[in-house]
Design a protein around this ligand. Structure first.
Ligand code: SF4
Ligand code: SF4
Length: 191
């Protein structure tokens, strides 16, 4: 995929409170970024896509809130933390991305795959649930109990998770009901 780094940044209506919001919720040093590019140069997600963490940070500092939170690339970060280890300014780029994602979700921006992963948390208590028999066999083959002692094998724990995700507003935030309806309709069409 082509890099977006060479495209000009257009500043129509800068939101000056955006960087302040990020500073308060996960990126206290975001203003120390001097655009060295170490983060983007180290980023495995950026090596395969048009995702540029450095560019997102630059745009955030320029107050381009809408452009930043609505960009699909925001969700390409794998949270591997390589950039966080290497940033010479202790900007903590991974935490910055996570803080921006929180704002994005609150404004209704989230990629479908991430919504589906969040739905797995609601349904199973895990973002990556042990929902395949083959995985249980794999665990057993290396001497582990097939189902670990977590929500995977404890329906009551899943019920508790469900209560938490409902009461906390997490389900509403990810549009869980709408997602389930859409999935059910899709399944019906396949019948
Ligand atoms: S490594 Fe740190 S200082 Fe350099 S561009 Fe990335 S966030 Fe900014
Ligand atoms: S944490 Fe995200 S932005 Fe940082 S190097 Fe890993 S994938 Fe790239």
């Amino acid at each position: 995929m082509a890099s977006t780094e060479s495209q000009p940044i257009v500043i129509d209506e800068p939101d000056t409170s955006f960087a302040e919001m990020i500073r308060a919720t996960g990126g206290p040093n975001i203003q120390s970024c001097f655009q060295c590019g170490t983060c983007s140069g180290s980023c495995p997600a950026g090596a395969r896509t048009n995702y540029l963490v450095r560019l997102i940070i630059r745009k955030a500092l320029l107050g381009l809130k809408e452009a930043v939170i609505s960009a699909p690339e925001l969700w390409y970060c794998t949270t591997c933390y390589t950039c966080q280890d290497r940033c010479p300014q202790e900007v903590n780029p991974t935490d910055v991305i996570k803080a921006i994602r929180n704002v994005a979700v609150a404004h209704g921006h989230m990629l479908m795959n991430h919504r589906k992963t969040a739905a797995k948390v609601v349904e199973t208590g895990h973002a990556v649930p042990l929902d395949k028999e083959s995985w249980q066999k794999l665990r057993a083959s290396v001497g582990l109990e097939p189902v670990p002692p977590n929500a995977s094998g404890n329906p009551w724990a899943i019920e508790e998770v469900r209560k938490i995700t409902k009461v906390s507003g997490f389900e509403k935030l990810i549009g869980y009901e709408e997602l389930m309806k859409a999935e059910a309709e899709k399944a019906k069409k396949k019948e």
